[in-house]
Design a protein around this ligand. Structure first.
Ligand code: NAP
Length: 312
């Protein structure tokens, strides 16, 4: 159909509003997945790639290239961006790059590290600054209707459910509220040392619990801000999914892994594709009323241990 209108002199002009709308409709929808080169992030990317273009982000170039090559064989539209999520400037550059590629509708922040191979300081730095930087950088570029999903962990519930840790939760929240301060990860380290009284060699596991508890806090604290923009924000807390991260935990301590497995009512590790499907659902219109919450996907292990179970 001819989109042009005639002006008073009879000249024909293209309707600017129609052109703008068409151009917007032509722009691709983009899902950004940090940690997209491995494990749960890659599983999410696989599921989202059938609906949108995907931008995979991680520190390692080789992992990104490999993940990209794998997705290309499915015919996906894949882009990669090498970045450290703990670096605020890198997160901003990533958001800018993403907005240039298309309409940013989904941001899945899976990038994170665990005590399997990372020391307490780095766990706190990456697992707290990562979500902060990604949320702050992508907030301005998110399309209306979009969603940010940050990855927590069942470890993030220890602070709330463990008898020894739960009394410290209000104090931890006071530290979380200082998230804007430049030395925030160091404040979290001080909390581990001075409030939890943990010796240096016992801090990595608790640093992980604290960092993932913070993820939930940060998501809750962003709920109104995102809703006012017409967007959603939530977190997902995986139990134990068989990814390279979880495999490293098993390899480091096979006996404690076996004990953990016994404590999972479903009696198995999670499959990464199950997480991919969950993320895809949480990004869909059907999940449009889910915001400001944590979705616990753990085979039943977190809360089955907190109440007496009904027998056969
Ligand atoms: N698997 C589980 O059972 C499980 C359980 C509870 C919670 N989680 C959480 O789920 C998330 C994904 O875990 P996963 O099992 O998929 O781990 P994974 O297989 O080790 O993958 C982690 C991904 O994050 C990237 N990454 C790590 N640090 C980064 C940083 N500073 N900046 C950018 N990218 C970074 C890694 O790539 P590079 O190293 O190249 O950067 C990799 O792509 C994590 O947040 C983890 O804590 C997992």
């Amino acid at each position: 159909m001819d989109q042009r209108r005639r002006d008073l002199c009879g000249r024909r002009h293209v309707c600017l509003l129609t052109m703008k709308k068409e151009r917007k409709e032509m722009r691709k929808k983009l899902s950004v997945i940090t940690g997209g080169s491995s494990g749960l992030g890659l599983a999410a990317a696989r599921c989202l790639a059938s609906e949108t273009s995907v931008l995979l982000c991680a520190r390692g170039a080789a992992g990104l290239e490999k993940a990209k090559a794998g997705l290309l064989t499915f015919g996906a539209d894949v882009h990669i961006f090498q970045m450290d999520a703990a670096d605020a400037e890198a997160a901003k550059a990533c958001a800018e790059y993403a907005a240039g590629l298309g309409d940013v509708v989904n941001v899945i922040h899976t990038a994170g590290v665990s005590p399997a191979n990372t020391k307490a300081e780095d766990i706190l730095r990456i697992n707290t600054l990562g979500p902060i930087n990604i949320v702050q950088a992508f907030y301005p570029v998110m399309e209306e209707g979009g969603v940010v999903i940050c990855f927590g962990s069942t470890a993030g519930y220890v602070m709330d459910t463990n008898e020894k840790m739960a009394p410290l939760a209000p104090l931890a929240k006071q530290v979380y509220e200082k998230w804007k301060e430049p030395g925030f990860p160091a404040l979290m380290m001080d909390f581990l040392a001075d409030v939890m009284h943990l010796p240096e060699n016992a801090r990595a596991g608790s640093a992980y619990c604290l960092s993932k508890n913070f993820v939930k806090y940060f998501v809750y604290a962003n709920t109104w801000r995102f809703a006012k923009k017409g967007c959603r924000i939530l977190s997902v807390s995986p139990g134990s999914y068989l990814t390279p991260m979880h495999q490293a935990l098993i390899d480091n301590a096979p006996e404690s892994a076996e004990r953990n497995l016994q404590g999972i009512p479903l009696q198995r590790w999670g499959h990464p594709y199950e997480m991919g499907k969950l993320v895809a659902f949480l990004c869909s219109k059907g999940a449009g009323y889910i915001t400001g919450v944590d979705i616990l996907a753990d085979g039943g292990c977190t809360f089955a241990g907190t109440v007496n179970q009904i027998g056969e």
